[in-house]
Design a protein around this ligand. Structure first.
Ligand code: C5P
Length: 400
């Protein structure tokens, strides 16, 4: 189930040109199942209309502290007291200053003062205002009090200057909200999950490589799910066409040797390793320094050397739970079982390579020392989320 389902989120919107992006965020959160109560500051109404948010969230938009609904459901502190999370996006310098000063001169600041839920602030303002000593001090104060204050993105501002001050895009904001909710309530809160994804590319010369068809989809979807469940996630990814999941530390590598080095670093304090990458078994013995030229009709023989088996090389590391994968074309169970033993894994996830590579759906077979279980054929994003949940259950038993 989506972690946003049924969550009560207060979305504060301040008077910034970036307020239009909040409408997309309100819509996405609502579609994911959250109950979104939008609270606008007075200045926000100069940029966007309450009717927009009302239509997108299906709920009344609140703003005026003196004109709350009379049914008593929304007293001046009720919103904050009931919220699972309060997000302010965009947060202006003025509202950040008012929150830092502990003021409660409108419904948004009153809600924030009264809430004990996690608070996320996404500043958006002119770069000079963001870098002003007063704003810098206010942001530091809020962070010291436990608020999550995002760094604005760098780029072109509405007033045609470049700088740090842009509101991150709505999917980025949604990812940060999911991460924060996960850390507050999720089963992986406090855990570090390391996931490898995609295929490696082994250079032949400066422009060619040996690679495979792995899209990285499953690994990326598992990383997003682990984040939603509260984990700090490190995604070590081979080249893919996918955008890195929001609020996930993503390290991009190309070769198997680079992936091995990046994982060694990331695994220092890991609780779970999910080795989903399709690592090339072989690499060219030496990559040519210059582009290899064709000479007449002569063929070309490449000399390959084996890559290290990354996860098998970690067999002695018992301090984290190790999950491997086996994409097979024949004898699925026997081959996967063999790899579980040979590579010293705690769990292996097997699938039929032919029916899943390049396909939108996948069926999975889960094998550990407790036995065999299966997940039905379903879209890869759903399969990845269900698989992550199964991994979490086995990790909990492994630790016990
Ligand atoms: O032997 P096979 O490649 O099928 O094993 C699959 C599992 O081993 C996957 O979890 C894969 O990420 C991992 N692997 C590895 N290093 C390699 C090859 C595979 O860690 N060189």
């Amino acid at each position: 189930m989506d972690v946003l389902s049924g969550k009560k989120i207060v979305l504060g919107v301040c008077g910034s040109i970036a307020a239009y992006k909040a409408s997309q965020l309100a819509r996405d959160l609502t579609l994911a199942g959250a109950q979104v109560d939008v609270v606008m500051t007075e200045a926000a109404g100069r940029f966007v209309g309450a009717a927009t948010f009302q239509a997108l969230t299906g709920r009344p938009v609140l703003g005026d502290l003196w004109a709350l609904p009379e049914d008593g459901v929304v007293g001046h502190i009720a919103l904050g007291a009931k919220a699972d999370l309060v997000a302010v996006a965009p947060a202006t310098a003025n509202t950040i200053a008012r929150i830092a000063a502990g003021m409660s001169d409108d419904l948004l600041t009153t809600t924030i003062l009264a809430t004990r839920a996690p608070v996320l602030l996404a500043p958006a303002m002119n770069p000079l205002m963001y870098a002003a000593p007063a704003t810098v001090a206010n942001v530091a104060t809020l962070r010291a009090r436990g608020y999550t204050v995002l760094e604005p993105a760098v780029g072109r501002m509405a007033e045609h200057v470049e700088g740090r001050g842009r509101l991150p895009e709505p999917p980025e904001l949604e990812g940060e909200i999911r991460a924060l909710l996960g850390r507050a309530h999720g089963p992986l809160s406090g855990r570090h999950v390391v996931i490898s994804a995609g295929g490696t590319q082994e250079p032949i010369d400066p422009v060619r490589y040996i690679g495979n068809r792995s899209s990285g989809q499953m690994g990326y979807a598992m990383a997003a799910r682990a984040r939603d469940l509260g984990a700090r996630v490190t995604l070590v990814s081979g080249p893919t066409a996918l955008a890195p999941p929001a609020a996930v530390a993503t390290l991009r590598v190309e070769t198997a040797l680079q992936m091995q080095a990046a994982l060694a670093e990331a695994l220092g304090d890991a609780d779970i390793l999910i080795m989903n990458a399709a690592v090339a078994d072989f690499r060219p013995a030496a990559a040519a320094d210059e582009k290899i030229k064709k000479s007449g009709d002569a063929g070309l023989t490449l000399s390959l050397v084996p890559n290290p088996d990354i996860i098998a090389g970690l067999a002695g590391r018992r301090e984290f739970f190790k999950v491997g994968f086996a994409a097979e074309t024949n004898d699925l169970l026997a081959n996967a079982q063999g790899k579980l033993e040979r590579k010293g894994l705690d769990m292996i996830v097997a699938n039929d390579a032919v029916s899943s590579i390049g396909q939108p759906e996948i069926a999975l077979t889960l094998i550990d020392r407790g036995g065999v279980a299966s997940l039905p054929r379903q879209p890869k994003a759903a399969a990845a989320a269900a698989l992550l949940d199964e991994i979490v259950a086995r990790f909990a038993r492994w630790r016990a």
